[in-house]
Design a protein around this ligand. Sequence first.
Ligand code: ARG
Length: 572
Amino acid sequence: MTDQKKEIAELLAEKVEALEVEEIENMIEIPPEGSMGDYAFPCFRLAKSMRRAPNQIAQELAEQLRGDGRFSDVRNVNAYVNFFLNREHLTSDVVSEVLKKGKRYGGSDLGKGQKIIVEFSSPNIAKPFHIGHIRTTVIGNSIYKIFDFLGYDTVRINHLGDYGTQFGKMIVAYRRWGKEEDVRREPIKTLLSYYVKFHEEAEKDPSLEDEARATFTRLENGEKEEHDLWQWFRDESLKEFKYVYDLLGIEFDSYAGESFYSDKMDRIVDIMKEKGILKESDGAQIVDLEEYGMPPALIRKKDGSTLYITRDIAAAVYRKEHYNFDRNIYVVASQQNLHFQQWFKIIELMGYDWADQCVHVPFGMVSLEDGTLSTRKGKVVFLLDVLNNAVEKTRQIMREKNGEDADIDEISKKVGIGAVIFQELSNNRIKDYVFSWDKVLNFEGETGPYVQYTHARAASVLRNAGKSAERVMSGEGTFDMSCVTGDTAYELIKLIYRFPEVVREAADKYEPSVVTRHIIDIAQYFNRFYHDEHILVEDEAEKQAKLAVVYAAKQTIANGLALLGIEAPEKM
Ligand code: ARG
């Protein structure tokens, strides 16, 4: 597909000596309205070198370029040269590209040979997989998909929180109040109730905390009884997590969690000592970060136990050595900003020149309508309940609309789960938001079901077109696009044309919502097109040209949804 912006920049560079193609490309703007053309070039910066008023320069350039067949018009408005592309050319170019690339449209091999680690989800064992985890899970999965689509060699890691002093508490609580059959029946909810009870009781009897610490030390020393309990909690929890991942269609390449690094930390602490960055403070080992405007990082406690941050440092070193990444991305809540700043700095101080390849991708908080989430107090909305609810609600809506369809189970699963994911990925990730059932399940407006429905509508147009559509979709032949150059069709085509650029932008910003918003736009313009144009007309050539546009829109929406981790049903 032709890079229109670049072509215009090249043309301009021939006329404007003072600027390089690349500079011109960066200066070219997309006007806010179609009536002002498809691209605009501001001439202010040329005034000095060309010794003329910007308006005059714009006028001269417009006159010189007007005759070029690539444009239907080139006009000057004040100091701008406005370019109107030849609609028919662009439409044919875009449609044939989508037909040729299909599922790959929007992707590329930009990242070939580069390895990217995306760490996401990383829930804590024996704690609920609650609504607070959904953000890292779906944002991370989408970021992985976007990089994968751009040809990067990607590795998905789930850094399970399966280690730390809380397991001392869990074991103490289980021994005092636990029942094996309860844990087997409903592991996470049961374990959570023990955890909550531990905190209630520890307020009355602080000696429980000491007992928990001692128990954790036994676990760290590999005592069989503690280790077996821990292993059992881990296995049961992972079963539940995997059930949720299956529902969401998410997979990981590695579940190496915090415990995986328990035997890799001595070496890390030794390196810190060698580099002279470790200090003793009250018997504990710390790295002083005052010089960098941060509080000290506690690396090893007085009793010898290590911390969350120590494990993160060990994990990064391991990942560099094991995977040799080019980039190591962490999709973790913004509450942990300081934690990541601290240990990225420590990595640098340890002399690792790859410190700057580690990237923290933060996101805002989810809160409930009546306050924040708290695992300690047991105030949680379980992700599994949210997903099941969304599917059930969708089933009701589908039943009211279509009656008892044979595919109703499958479709309500795709749409219900898709609705939850889509809503998570609709806004800038950094924004805090309030979780509300009404919003998640609202099927009107800029939602997942709306976009999926648009996709299904396009699919149905193609189905109804029978043989004519078959020819279009076979990817053979060219189409006479002169009959689909109306404003709505053209706006739709331009959005489809921009899709590959949007995918790259989403990768650059680690921001899936860029894709989400773009496919909402495509869906809206497709629906306008569908409304404004009679598609299944008598004239075969015209019909096929229009069907080709329908197909291009449908494929682009499907590709966008796939990048978000959402399925695109053919029927709804
Ligand atoms: N398990 C942690 C939590 O749920 C998140 C882990 C984030 N990843 C990391 N490498 N620190 O809060």
